[in-house]
Write a protein that binds this ligand. Structure first.
Ligand SMILES: NC(=O)c1ccc[n+]([C@@H]2O[C@H](COP(=O)([O-])OP(=O)(O)OC[C@H]3O[C@@H](n4cnc5c(N)ncnc54)[C@H](OP(=O)(O)O)[C@@H]3O)[C@@H](O)[C@H]2O)c1
Length: 91
């Protein structure tokens, strides 16, 4: 089962991924999604599938979520953008 974690470049997403790894979830079953993915290069080196996507670019989400079975959506905090961003992620 593949688990997608958005916001992986931030505090909460990083914490969630470390918790999954710590509980024995294989790195290859975790898809870490964010914009500034250079910040999670270390996760890629540990076998996590690192992918770039932007909540404001729906096509990038489709590509990044491909093959994922479960999604942990860590929302952004940009005022005025939350509803369209959430809609894009859910779609
Ligand atoms: N930290 C906690 O302990 C905690 C606990 C409970 C709930 N939360 C909630 O979790 C959310 C994130 O908190 P955080 O502390 O992790 O904040 P953070 O460190 O600032 O991380 C924000 C994350 O959102 C991503 N992001 C922002 N705009 C984006 C966009 N347009 N498209 C794609 N990704 C985007 C950022 O990606 P880039 O950096 O790559 O741009 C980053 O990964 C907030 O809603 C917060 O209320 C946090």
């Amino acid at each position: 089962m593949s688990i997608v974690v958005t916001g992986a470049t931030g505090l909460f997403g990083r914490h969630a991924i470390e918790a999954l790894l710590g509980r024995g979830v294989p790195a290859g079953e975790i898809i870490a999604v964010g914009r500034q993915i250079d910040r999670i290069a270390d996760l890629g080196e540990r076998g996590v599938d690192v992918r770039r996507a932007d909540y404001d670019e729906p096509a990038s989400l489709t590509t990044a979520f491909a093959g994922g079975d479960r999604l942990l959506f860590v929302s952004a905090s940009e005022v005025g953008r939350r509803i369209p961003q959430h809609r894009a992620v859910v779609a």
